[in-house]
Write a protein that binds this ligand. Structure first.
Ligand SMILES: N[C@@H](CCC(=O)N[C@@H](CS)C(=O)NCC(=O)O)C(=O)O
Length: 127
């Protein structure tokens, strides 16, 4: 009964949606920078994209880090959007999220999997 009600409210992925709501309700305030500092960071992230599922705990971890650090990256839904889903598999090599797509100047894009590796990359290359 309770499970049925929760399912009605939260959809099929009860755990993922609870996590998503919990995350939303406890989001910290994003760090505030001087406008010129924020512009530099936005310039570095403008061509990046994060392939994502809204209820994936590993994606939520990365999105939370981005929110906290005021890192603006285009988020692409690889769960419901067929183009993003098939691009992720065709070019990234596997159907796993989160995945950060990093365009390169003179070579193929880098498709970076693993939430911890994505956060490390953002810490080292963007912040
Ligand atoms: N160790 C990975 C785990 C990522 C993971 O398991 N992602 C799940 C979604 S929560 C996934 O993409 N599963 C493949 C699928 O759903 O097709 C990380 O930290 O990023």
């Amino acid at each position: 009964m309770t499970k049925k009600l929760l399912r009605k409210i939260l959809g099929r992925d009860i755990f993922g949606n609870l996590l998503r709501v919990g995350n939303y309700l406890t989001l910290p305030k994003p760090i505030q920078r001087l406008p010129e500092e924020q512009e530099l960071i936005d310039e570095k992230t403008k061509d990046l994209s994060l392939y994502d599922y809204s209820t994936c705990p590993f994606c939520i971890k990365v999105r939370r880090f981005m929110h906290e650090n005021n890192i603006n990256i285009q988020i692409l839904d690889a769960s419901n959007n067929e183009t993003h889903k098939s691009d992720l598999l065709a070019y990234g090599g596997k159907q796993q999220v989160p995945c950060l797509r990093i365009p390169q100047q003179d070579s193929d894009d880098v498709w970076l999997y693993e939430s911890d590796d994505i956060i490390s990359y953002l810490k080292k290359q963007i912040l």
